[in-house]
Design a protein around this ligand. Sequence first.
Ligand code: DGL
Length: 261
Amino acid sequence: MQPKIVLFDSGIGGITILREVVSLNPHLNFLYIADSLYLPYGDKSAEFIKNRCLQLTEFAIKQQASAVIMACNSATACALSYVRNIYPNLPILGVEPALKPAANLTKNGIIGVLATNATLKSKRFADLVERYASNHQIISCACTGLAEQIESGDLNSTKTKLMLQQFSAPLIQQNCDVIVLGCTHYPFITPLLRKIFPDNVQIIDTGIAVAKYLRSLFPVTKINTNHNKVHFMSSLNATELSELLPNLWKYDFICSDLPNL
Ligand code: DGL
């Protein structure tokens, strides 16, 4: 039996992590939980996020998870240490704004971060800045409402473009030359951001690092190039999710409702 890896996010955002993780780890089985009932995490209290992430991790354990990935920056920022302390023997991976690569890439030392309120005000984010970018200028923007806009499948409308222009304006004015996408929903709108930021600005996200780390935990034992069907669950509405998925996910999938936790 192949190890089962359970990923979760407040909705579809973590699929940007899932696609990297699956493409580098076709030898593993994946269950993805879209916790869309509680979207957005980014505007909720740290206490709420901790409790919800603990519930989802306990559900993953009941599903025989060999590892859990919090495919959400807000969840990682608020709940990763808390849940790891409760389940120290379960590998629990998180995702964080890519400040270390950004600090290596920037030429002028000015880094922009687009993320949720929960991530930006967390101690974990402050520690990350201190550790990797204390000699750099960080211009951050809490993109309230953007994850919901992406979640609705609206990746290209005028409303989405206007929101992005508004959130990006201070980062352009301050001359950031690297933009860190610190929310897993945002890579879905990289093509729009690409048109808003000048060509010399680099836009980076996190998925590949997590995928590599997972592969180091579960090395390939036998070559398997056939991707298994990913099982998606939604805490809100599996039918709606299965209608959205063909635009976001290129492999086979099955989709069902997450039971009440
Ligand atoms: N995808 C989540 C993240 O990476 C945030 C979306 C939300 O606010 O729920 O932070």
